[in-house]
Design a protein around this ligand. Structure first.
Ligand code: NAD
Length: 466
């Protein structure tokens, strides 16, 4: 069954989605989702879903990714709850017409931007933060007054089940549906016309989604991935850098779109960083990381095999152990890595951190700029001028100086990629705006025709002075 939460909506024999989509469209046309009260009710329902099913979600995340309770709480549940609370607090302010400045010809008029819901929007989510990356965009879509089709990842199976079976009970099913499936079903779904598509996933599938959307001229937000560089300057405290880099590289077992993908530093800094990284890894995960409750597992066998293949690049300096019986890969650091090796060709998305050597900042900046624009970029230095130079001379979706991760915890900052790492952004009010059409509105007086008549032909040189 490809449609969850759609009880009473029989699927057609040829197209399992048609009836559901038509139902949602009818709801949108009826205007039901537009009032602030309705939107707030949906958001409160979403909040109740999180509160009442916290344990269920934590169990599902543990089954899918061996996520620790701490990680589930911080990076999946609390962050989604904060997003809901923010939207509830600001909903009416965000919905207000935005007055704009006027020119001479419109001085007497009313000019404003109205934030209108698009209509029927599709959200497609990945498996690595299967609650967060499903609910965060959903908050924006519902706050903006849309009807929503949600397609969770079929790979994080336990979480998908909770989202399909439990979440719809907390939302108005006339405006919301969960659709299940992998590439084939999603491909079928994408043949339908939506008014906006919000996709989080790989650049490869991002292209498939955008191609399908183009057939209907549907606007897309693409939250993609890539290789996030992390420059470490000679002028740094190696232990502080190692703590921060190790924490975020191995958080969620490295399966994080904004994790530092590789380090660029001089051979001297590498020599100082290696013992510091080893010390951080041992402190975080113990002498046997496999026994640590804080280290997760690789999502499935396919990704495990892919990552195990990458362990043969360069030379293993830390970790390197793996066991396919429980898809375990130790927190690993690789050195002597060549730019041409597989580990530098694809997004790693696992607990493997290659270090590449550069001779100074200029070479690091060149290295970064030769590649696709990343989703995130990190620079560590005690010298703020170095951090500012990396920021000024590169481009990326987001940037964080002297840490990883933290920039995306601020809902006052937009989160999104640039170039190959994506287009559009969300979080906080940016989500509301992403899921709203910004309608240009000018209301004029039906009178005052004598003044306005100046623009009509026949034109004389006198008119041109206006
Ligand atoms: P993915 O692209 O394989 O899958 C994402 C979604 O697309 C899933 O729901 C999946 O069912 C669907 N899908 C897969 N193949 C499809 C096809 N052929 N046609 C239509 N739909 C299809 O990504 P993933 O493996 O789930 O997630 C990992 C990727 O996501 C990484 O590249 C990572 O960087 C990226 N990511 C980005 C962000 C971000 O916020 N920018 C966040 C998390 C993950």
């Amino acid at each position: 069954n490809t449609v969850a939460g759609g009880a009473g909506w029989p699927a057609g024999p040829m197209d399992p989605f048609a009836d559901t989509l038509q139902r949602l469209r009818e709801t949108f046309s009826s205007g039901r989702t537009r009032p602030a009260e309705f939107r707030a009710t949906q958001l409160k329902g979403l909040g109740r879903f999180l509160q009442e099913n916290k344990q269920l979600l934590q169990e599902a995340l543990a089954q899918d990714l061996h996520k620790s309770t701490f990680e589930s709480q911080v990076s999946e549940i609390s962050i989604s709850q904060s997003e809901i609370n923010l939207a509830l607090r600001n909903l009416r302010a965000w919905m207000k017409d935005e007055k704009v400045s006027k020119n001479l010809a419109t001085q007497l008029d009313s000019a404003f931007i109205r934030k209108e819901p698009f209509g029927l929007v599709l959200i497609i989510a990945p498996w690595n933060y299967p609650v967060n990356l499903t609910l965060m965009p959903l908050v924006g879509a519902l706050a903006a007054g849309n009807c929503v089709v949600l397609k969770p990842s079929e790979i994080s199976k336990s979480t998908e089940k909770v989202l399909a079976e439990v979440l719809p009970r907390y939302l108005d099913q006339s405006c919301f549906a969960v659709v299940l499936g992998g590439p084939e079903e999603t491909g079928q779904l994408l043949e339908h016309k939506f008014d906006h598509i919000f996709f989080t996933g790989s650049p490869r599938v991002g292209k498939i989604v955008m191609t399908a959307a183009a057939k209907h001229l549907t606007p897309v937000t693409l939250e993609l991935g890539g290789k996030n560089p992390c420059y470490v300057d000679d002028n740094c405290d190696p232990q502080t850098v190692a703590n921060r880099v190790a924490w975020f590289r191995y958080f969620n077992t490295g399966q994080t779109c904004v994790a530092p993908d590789y380090i660029l530093c001089s051979p001297e800094t590498q020599a100082r960083l290696l013992p510091a990284l080893q010390s951080a890894i041992t402190r975080f995960y113990g002498d046997d990381p496999r026994a640590s409750p804080d280290l997760g597992r690789i999502i499935n066998h396919k990704h495990f095999q892919r990552l195990r293949g990458l362990l043969s690049c360069g030379r293993v300096a830390i970790g390197g152990q793996s066991d396919d019986s429980d898809r375990y890969i130790a927190p690993t650091v690789l050195v002597d890595v060549q730019e041409t090796e597989p580990v530098m060709q694809e997004e790693i998305f696992g607990p493997i951190l290659p270090i590449l050597n550069v001779r100074g900042l200029d070479e690091a900046i060149d290295f970064i700029n030769r590649r696709e624009k990343p989703l995130a970029l990190y620079a560590f230095s005690n010298n703020s001028q170095v951090v500012k130079r990396v920021l000024a001379q590169t481009s990326s979706g987001g940037f964080c100086g002297n840490d990883g991760f933290m920039h995306m915890t601020l809902s006052s900052l937009p989160f999104g990629g640039v170039g190959a790492s994506g287009m559009g952004n969300y979080h906080g009010k940016f989500s509301f705006d992403t899921f709203s059409h910004h309608r240009t509105c000018l209301l004029r007086s039906p009178g005052l025709e004598k003044i306005y008549a100046i623009r009509y032909p026949p034109h004389s040189p006198r008119n041109l002075r206006v």
